[in-house]
Design a binder for this molecule. Sequence first.
Ligand SMILES: [Zn+2]
Length: 417
Amino acid sequence: MKTLGKYSIGMGDRFGRQGSAQLKAVIEAGTKGIDITPVWNKSNREHMIIGTRPDDVRKEADEVTKKAGFTKPYFVDADHINLDTVDRFIDCSDFFTIDVASYIGNKADEEKIEEFVIRSMVYSGKIRFNDIAEPIEVSLKKIKNIAEKYLFAALKAREIYEIIEKKKGKGNFVTEVSMDEVPHPQTPVELLFILKMLGDLKIPAQTIAPKFSGRFNKGVDYSGDPDKFAAEFESDLMVIDYAIKEFGLPDNLKMSIHSGSDKFAIYPYIGSIIRKHDKGIHLKTAGTTWLEEVTGLALSDGAALEFVKEIYFSSLEKTDELCAPYADVIDIDKSGLPSVKEVSGWSSKKFADSIRHVEGNSDYNPNIRQLIHVAYKLAAENSDKFFILLAENSKTVAECVFENLYNRHICRLFDIR
Ligand SMILES: [Zn+2]
């Protein structure tokens, strides 16, 4: 049976060149006593924009682990797949993020809803969770509302799960169910009954990715109230605990946070809460490794700096087009984007500091960072030159990738000093 370890990290590597540097960060954490399972994730959207295939991610993961002599488990995640996209990911993936977001809100058959409500009647009233002082109130009407909103999505998850299971065989892959790409967060009570649906439908989810309060914009920090997030996150963990015992879900079911990367403001909360309750976590980061490639090229100066400046200039012309697929997960203030004229005169350091997410550095500009984050298509369009520059400056780039993943993410989340 393929099982995910207690701690795992989802890493995106859009152009497939930085797997070794990413793995190095995981190995380094291991030497500090934090055992993390690496998972390479890439969504269909990224494959389409870049022109890569799911196979490429498998090839990279196999190659870099072999090269490093890494003998522990690692996974290739078919990220955010649904009925339309699952097929071409099946052979090469062993982790599937079944995305039900687009099915939420559609109503299942009345009969199925009624059946679910009847099965759930025993949970109406007050439910008491470990470590949460206040019991949660659940009315039958509430259960019905939740069934009307989520049961259809859970049934779709089962449909997608079956397609995968039929081809790969039971137990040969890790299943995640995600519903983070929706406008409204799920409450802990909603999560509880969603997990009951997954248990009833025998979907052996090892990770679940809800939508939390606050904004999780790509590549920049959390925007919202960290204390509110912490309370919600802790309740969700207790709900998962309860659901494992009550609904027959896998023992190692854990929370998956689709962070969109760089949620530094809430890392200390997540870290201390999982340690307090001795829980695992899957932290999915976005493709910000690409931003480290840009940073590394900027630091390399010369033709490499010119190349990334050109990408920025083109992205200024194509801002709307580049941002469209990411409208819900970026927040760019266009007035904060410096002009071509201004940036033309920037030094290597100034350009790198503007992109690199280091709080307190007065040159850090989250608007440029987010725009470049979605501008990877422009590098894909000029990939010959981009790959040559990456190869020529591979050491500097790899250092940026490692430092970002290890120091800014792993050390902060797992409290490695
Ligand atoms: Zn997600």
